[in-house]
Design a protein around this ligand. Structure first.
Ligand code: CTP
Ligand code: MG
Length: 225
């Protein structure tokens, strides 16, 4: 089964605090977004990549894609205010693709194996995510005091890619827009509709590069090979 990939890449990297889109930051001398694109470049099942970017940053992405010789077909979409808007704009470019994978530009350590199992699960169930069991104890805190300790055995840290039948993801996004629902991932929009979302194993290496310490971790992952 082949798929179209949407990569939301239009964030501002506020938590990174680098003063530019974190996807342009080098990891082992290569821009973060290029590491991510290289994985999908190798995946024959990936038919095309839709990259949702801020309009004024598109020339930078284009320059890197050329410089690092990424050959997969890449179509640009306009990034939105929120990640969800960026994915929605990407979805409008998806044409008739039957399956869509959505993957954060900021997760460069994704593997073909995880991509394949997310896709297979999306084909089976209509929607899928990858996730790992939470390692820390999680508590709900309000005004500086603990309100509740959440039972850890039921908690999973959710990653991308997330996979969907095109019609499922389109319906979920349209419905969310209609009522102004904003989710932090795409699967939550599908869950809202009461539809099944399958879960497969992600990886503790599949980090989302978010804060400056993640850059140190990312460098060490690459050094380790
Ligand atoms: N993203 C996007 N459009 C937005 C916000 C985020 O396409 N309006 C993308 C980011 O570029 C990133 C992915 O969604 O690849 C995950 O978002 P996140 O890690 O939160 O990145 P930023 O939004 O850039 O970071 P921050 O929240 O710290 O500003
Ligand atoms: Mg963000």
């Amino acid at each position: 089964m082949r798929y179209t990939l949407i990569i939301p890449a239009a964030g501002q990297g506020k938590r990174m605090g680098a003063g530019l889109n974190k996807l342009f930051l080098p990891i082992a001398s290569v821009p973060l977004i290029i590491h991510t694109l290289r994985v999908f470049e190798k995946d024959e099942a990936c038919e095309q990549i839709i990259l949702a970017v801020n309009a004024d940053e598109q020339p930078v992405f284009e320059r890197f894609i050329k410089q690092y010789d990424i050959k997969k077909q890449i179509v640009f979409a306009i990034g939105g205010q929120e990640r969800q808007d960026s994915v929605y704009n990407g979805l409008l470019q998806a044409g008739k693709a039957s399956y869509i994978l959505v993957h954060d530009g900021a997760r460069p350590f994704i593997t073909i194996e995880i991509i394949q199992s997310v896709l297979a699960e999306a084909v089976r169930k209509g929607a899928s995510i990858c996730a790992v069991p939470v390692k820390d104890t999680i508590k709900r805190v309000e005004d500086g005091s603990v309100v509740e300790t959440v039972e850890r055995s039921k908690l999973w840290a959710v990653q991308t890619p997330q996979g969907f039948h095109l019609s499922t993801l389109s319906e979920a996004h349209e419905e969310a827009r209609k009522i102004g629902y904003l989710g932090t991932d795409d699967a939550s929009l599908v869950e809202r509709l009461g539809k099944a979302v399958g879960v497969v194993s992600g990886s503790y290496f599949n980090i989302k590069v978010t804060t400056p310490d993640d850059l140190v971790v990312a460098e060490s992952f690459l050094a380790r090979g």
